[in-house]
Design a protein around this ligand. Sequence first.
Ligand code: PEP
Length: 255
Amino acid sequence: MRSSLVVGNWKMNGSRTANAALLAGIRAGCGDAGALAVCAPFPYLAEVAAALDGSPVAWGAQDVSVHAAGAYTGEVSAPMLAEFACRYVLVGHSERRQMHGETDAVVAQKARAARAAGITPIACVGETLAERDAGATCSVVARQTGALIDALGGQMAQVVVAYEPVWAIGTGRTASPAEAQAVHAALRAQLAAAGAGDVPLLYGGSVKAANAAGLFAQPDVDGALVGGASLDAQEFLAIGRAAWAARSATMKVLS
Ligand code: PEP
């Protein structure tokens, strides 16, 4: 049985005061919101871990080095994150692919470094608007996912995959539920052929409480990677509840 998961990507937002209020709000309301996680900027991770200690909400980082240690100024390694019991790390977010030149190969190496340290990578894939307009959505996403499968082999079953169309991130423009489902179904088939058909497949791109239920009603959408809306505790919790409600409805149909 696949599980649902809603992950907040705070990006480069937050302050110690704002984080404390946000996490207190999430903690207070997370009881009926299913599996949640927040991915925070590096300096805040230890405080986020402490604030969430004893709660069901997991936490993760937003990037990781391909290297385990050494002369890599400014980088943070997977073994360092693992020392703090980090559960998740985002790899291949489109902002890193686009602004930091991360290639499919680098993203796959990052996912492998995370797995080697026992951390679950949340691997982001997605096409640009130009690629969608050129009819290349499925081939782009298949190429990005294929690089992960090649690098991870049997470990691919321990990865979370997030489909994030680049044109929907931070734009207020969401893929329609049918558009998201079409890509998720293709991804699911590719992952199943690699023995990883049960990995959580998240959708990301301007997800809000108002559009979450329609996305989660799709058979291959298991949850969401949420940027802007994850900075508001009530909005984030409402998305979590929508994912959990959709998953519980599926479980009822299957039982
Ligand atoms: C993201 O940053 O992964 C994201 C999906 O952002 P937003 O929800 O703001 O579009």
